[in-house]
Write a protein that binds this ligand. Structure first.
Ligand code: GLA
Length: 382
C-alpha cells in the first residue's frame, strides 16, 4: 500500500489514513427506519481513506476500485452521473460544509475491500471513513454521533437512498467481539458480548451474488407502506412511529389495517421483540436459543415483510440442512447475503456443501466470506 500511496501523493509526509468497517446485522431487520431495535456488529472488511491537504480549493480524489480520478472545487459540489462513486464523498462534504463551514482542499485516495452489493454496507463504510477522516485531519468540531448523522443524511439526501441509521452507526461505533444493541429512536446503545470463538463458531457470510433489480425500489416501497400504516394507525393511537406500538396497539393494528400493511406491521412489532429476546439469550449465555429467533426473523422477512428472494431462502434452508448453528438473511434483502454461524470443526465441509448445492441450483457458486467481529472506524498507521 505504501508504494501505491507514494505514487499518488508524491511523498507520504503529512498523509494520514483511516478505515471504517462494513457490517452484518445479527437480528432486527427493517426496523431502523421505524425507529426500532437493531443488533449489528462490525466486520473486518474495511473501506480505506487516505488524505493530504493540498493548499488549494480543489479536491482530487482517486478510487482504486474503479481506477478513476476525479477533481472538483469545494465550492462546486454537484451530483455526478458519470462518476457515481464520487457522490458519497460529495454528499458528505456538502453536509460537513453545512455544519462547520468551508474546509481546505485535499488529495484523497480511496479503496474498499467490502464487496459492493453484498449487503455488507460498503456505502456506509465509505461515508464514515471519509467523514471521520476529515474530522480528524482538519480537527473539525464534530463528534462521532455528528459523523453518523451527517453520513446518513448524505446517503438519504445526496445519494438518494432512504436507508435507516443502523449501517452508519455500527461502522462508527463497532467493537471487537461485541454486537451493538441500538435503539434507533433514542440512539442509546449497549455493547453485548458476542465472542463466537469462545463457542467454537465461525461467522460466515454467504453472498448470493444477485441483486434483484427491485432492490432500491422494494426498499422504498416498504418504507412507504410503513408510513401509510402509521398514518392510518395515528387515527386510533397516540404514536409517532411503528416502534411506539405496544401490545394493545399491535392487536388493534391487525384489525384496522388492510393487507399487506398489517403483515408489514406484524413483522416490525415482533422483530423488535425478537431483538430484545435475542439479547437476553446472549446475556444469559443461552446460545442454544439464538437459532429460534433467527429462523423466526427470516421467515417473517420472507412471508410478512416480503424482502427475501429465492436465492436467500435457498441458502437459509440449506444452511440449516447442513447443520449450521444458525442462519438467516441479513441486510436489506432482495439479494445480498445470509449470515451464518457455523461450528468451527465443520467449516470446510459446510462451505463446500453450500457452494455445490447453490451452484447446482442456480448455475454459479455464491461467494463465501469468513469474518471476524471488528472495531469501528479508526486511524491506521502508514
Ligand atoms: C439496509 C439499510 C439499513 C436497514 C437495513 C434493513 O442495510 O441501509 O438502514 O434498513 O437495510 O434492516
Amino acid at each position: 500500500m505504501k508504494e501505491k500511496l507514494k505514487e499518488f501523493f508524491g511523498n507520504i509526509e503529512k498523509v494520514r489514513g483511516f478505515r471504517a468497517p462494513g457490517r452484518v446485522n445479527l437480528i432486527g431487520e427493517h426496523t431502523d427506519y421505524h425507529l426500532g431495535y437493531v443488533l449489528p456488529c462490525a466486520i473486518n472488511k474495511y473501506f480505506y481513506f487516505y488524505l493530504k491537504e493540498n493548499k488549494t480549493k480543489k479536491i482530487r480524489i482517486y478510487s482504486e476500485n474503479f481506477s478513476q480520478s476525479f477533481e472538483f472545487s469545494i465550492d462546486k459540489i454537484e451530483y455526478n452521473n458519470d462518476y457515481p462513486w464520487t457522490n458519497y464523498l460529495q454528499g458528505v462534504l456538502k453536509e460537513i460544509k453545512e455544519k462547520v463551514g468551508d474546509i481546505p482542499g485535499f488529495d484523497g485516495y480511496i479503496s474498499s475491500e467490502i464487496p459492493i452489493g453484498a449487503g455488507l454496507s460498503s456505502s456506509a463504510a465509505y461515508e464514515i471513513s471519509v467523514s471521520y477522516g476529515l474530522k480528524e485531519y482538519f480537527q473539525l468540531p464534530l463528534n462521532l454521533i455528528d459523523i453518523v448523522k451527517l453520513s446518513q443524511r448524505a446517503e438519504n439526501e445526496f445519494v438518494g437512498a432512504r436507508c435507516g441509521i443502523m449501517d452508519q452507526f455500527i461502522s462508527a461505533f463497532g467493537k471487537k467481539d461485541y454486537a451493538l444493541l441500538l435503539d434507533t429512536r433514542s440512539l442509546e446503545y449497549e455493547y453485548i458480548p458476542f465472542d463466537i470463538k469462545s463457542k467454537d463458531l465461525e461467522l460466515v457470510i454467504v453472498d448470493t451474488k444477485v441483486k434483484h433489480s427491485i432492490a432500491g425500489e422494494g426498499y422504498s416501497k416498504r418504507r412507504e407502506e410503513g408510513e401509510k400504516a402509521l398514518e392510518i394507525l395515528k387515527n386510533y393511537l397516540p404514536i409517532n412511529s411503528l416502534r411506539d406500538l405496544d401490545e394493545e396497539g399491535f392487536i388493534l393494528s391487525q384489525k384496522v389495517l388492510p393487507d399487506p400493511l398489517k403483515r408489514r406491521v406484524e413483522h416490525v412489532y415482533k422483530e423488535n421483540i425478537r431483538v430484545l429476546n435475542f439479547v437476553d439469550a446472549l446475556k444469559e449465555n443461552k446460545w442454544e436459543e439464538l437459532d429460534k429467533y433467527m429462523v423466526e426473523s427470516h421467515n417473517s422477512l420472507r412471508y410478512l415483510y416480503e424482502v427475501t428472494c429465492e436465492e436467500l431462502d435457498f441458502l437459509f434452508e440449506k444452511a440449516h440442512e447442513f447443520y449450521a448453528f444458525t442462519s438467516r438473511m441479513t441486510g436489506g434483502g432482495f439479494g445480498g447475503s445470509t449470515i451464518n454461524l457455523v461450528p468451527s470443526k465443520m467449516l470446510n465441509l459446510w462451505c463446500q456443501k453450500i457452494k455445490e448445492s447453490y451452484k447446482l441450483r442456480f448455475g454459479f457458486p455464491p461467494d463465501i466470506l469468513i469474518l471476524e467481529v471488528a472495531d469501528g472506524v479508526g486511524e491506521i498507521e502508514l
